[in-house]
Design a protein around this ligand. Structure first.
Ligand code: F6P
Ligand code: MG
Length: 486
């Protein structure tokens, strides 16, 4: 069920796959080792500490194997059914080595392998080695969190109050205003994906803020290279206008922290505007690509929003002090207390979310499929139940770069290939309406106008004639792609 188009591989020195394996993954493993060290140093539990040391040894061995281009070894059986899937795939690939393996599979393997070191212990079973980083970065996003909370509050009040201004609008003007609101909410949600932790390991506090504000979003509109938002809007509007009783939207989540925050804002907007009556969120089941959402992150973000003064005022942490985390360290210098007005606006977001949750309109639905090593081309065949479930949704929104790579099989498509073709079995006829909201952080891209890739490569830093599609690596550009599956 895989695409016939060959996938990107770590052996290709012009691809971001090679650079990821050579430069980024060792840094990520080292960060995990440091994190376990730190937790160890804070614990007096001898058994836990002995296990922690064994976990560190595992992680050191993993880093060694990667950096010395050893073969990917079978994953130890931690009792989860996906271990067999990973190990069968390794065999099918002929037990490849780190620098000669499909990028998508090897990167998923990396996180699955790390997670088994923890899951096979007694005391670290549910330990999230990336939780500290996720929390610290969310703290650094405070100005944008507040800015968006304020905008959201105005918008919800506007939707509820049917203000005079709205009453004076012609139906056409009203409709156009609704459409623009949808576009704005989706763009906020899209650019929230620019700040994931696996890629942006060295962002400063100021850099993060620049990426997140309203001004940045306006300036970035020209960087959306393919934009199918209108089709997604039409789909949701049609369901609402037809008076369909349950109108469900799914969000296959990507990153925690700021991105999850804007996903929740989008979810709440969809519910409040009546474009959806139910939003189902799909988190990951193991610590994944550093910053991806786990069910525990959902709980932490709600906790932070419920108590914004406490969360955002927290001063510098030891991680920040030792200078390992640029974002966290600079956040400590900028932490003036939240004003009452700021805290009230953030609490407003919390109260809306809590209400949706209490009314059963906002659900979290984990599934191990999302942390398998293969692409979503396999979804209908390998998890028919999940496929059936997604068919009942009006729109399934896939957030972020990795989900886009999985939708398209992370394959070396010609960039003008239609999105509907590149997503194979999830395309037309699948019964699933798909929308990808993705900032580009990898080589694969489809749905571009002829000549656009060449034009972007010719720009400064775009890759030129190096053979690398460098413009697509930094999260500066984005694609919003839709496929009607019904
Ligand atoms: O390309 C860089 C990268 O870290 C990939 O490894 C991965 O696909 C992606 O970014 C993670 O980004 P996102 O959180 O948007 O999926
Ligand atoms: Mg991610």
């Amino acid at each position: 069920h895989d695409t016939k188009t060959p996938p990107y591989a770590t052996s290709d020195k012009t691809s971001f796959a090679y650079i990821s394996a050579r430069d980024r993954w060792p840094v990520i493993i080292t960060g995990a080792i440091d994190d376990v060290f730190r937790t160890l140093s804070e614990s007096n539990d001898a058994e836990k500490n002995a296990e922690g040391k064994r976990i560190i040894e595992d992680l050191v061995a993993l880093k060694y194997e990667l950096q010395h281009d050893r073969k990917l070894s079978p994953i130890r059986d931690d009792g989860t059914p996906d271990v067999a899937l990973y190990n069968h795939e390794l065999e099918a690939l002929g037990t490849p080595s780190w620098f000669n393996v499909p990028w998508l599979f090897s990167e998923c393997y990396l996180y699955k392998r790390m997670s088994t070191s923890f899951s096979m212990s007694q005391h670290w079973k549910s330990y999230d080695v990336f939780a500290r980083q996720k929390n610290d970065t969310f703290r650094s996003s405070r100005p944008a969190v507040y800015e968006i909370a304020t905008r959201f509050k105005d918008l919800v009040n506007g939707l509820a109050a049917k203000t005079e201004e709205a009453a004076n609008k012609t139906p056409e003007e009203h409709e156009e205003a609704q459409r623009l609101l949808f576009v704005e909410m989706c763009e906020i949600c899209l650019w929230g994906n620019a700040t994931d932790l696996s890629l942006l390991t060295s962002l400063s506090y100021e850099d993060i803020q620049k990426l997140q504000g309203a001004k940045a979003r306006k300036e970035s509109e020209k960087n959306i290279l393919a934009n199918d938002l209108q089709q997604a809007y039409d789909t949701l509007k049609k369901a609402r206008d037809e008076g369909k009783k349950e109108r469900r939207v799914d969000i296959v989540l990507d990153n925690s922290g700021f991105e999850l925050y804007v996903d929740l804002i989008l979810a709440s907007y969809l519910l409040t505007s009546g474009l959806a009556t139910l939003v189902v969120l799909h988190p990951k089941s193991i610590p994944w690509f550093v910053s991806d959402v786990l069910p525990s992150d959902f709980a932490s973000i709600l906790g932070a929003l419920a108590n914004p003064k406490g969360f955002f005022a927290a001063s510098s942490t030891p991680a920040a002090e030792d200078g390992k985390d640029a974002a966290a360290s600079s956040s400590s210098t900028a932490a003036a207390p939240l004003s009452d007005a700021e805290a009230a606006d953030i609490s407003f977001v919390f109260s809306q979310l809590a209400q949706h949750h209490a009314e059963g309109e906002l659900l979290l639905r984990p599934n191990r499929f999302w942390t398998h090593g293969g692409s979503f081309w396999r979804l209908p065949a390998s998890d028919p139940e999940l496929h059936e479930d997604l068919k009942t949704s009006e729109l399934v929104i896939f957030k972020g770069d990795l989900n886009y790579r999985k939708l398209t099989g992370d394959a070396m498509w010609d960039p003008t290939t239609p999105f509907t073709e590149a997503i194979g079995p999830l395309g037309p006829g699948s019964g699933v309406n798909v929308m990808a909201l993705r900032t580009c952080k990898a080589d694969v891209v489809v749905g571009l106008q002829p000549g656009l890739d060449e034009e972007l490569r010719a720009r400064e830093g775009g890759g030129g004639d190096s053979g690398s599609r460098k413009w697509a690596w930094s999260g500066q550009y984005a694609v919003v792609s839709y496929s009607g599956g019904k």
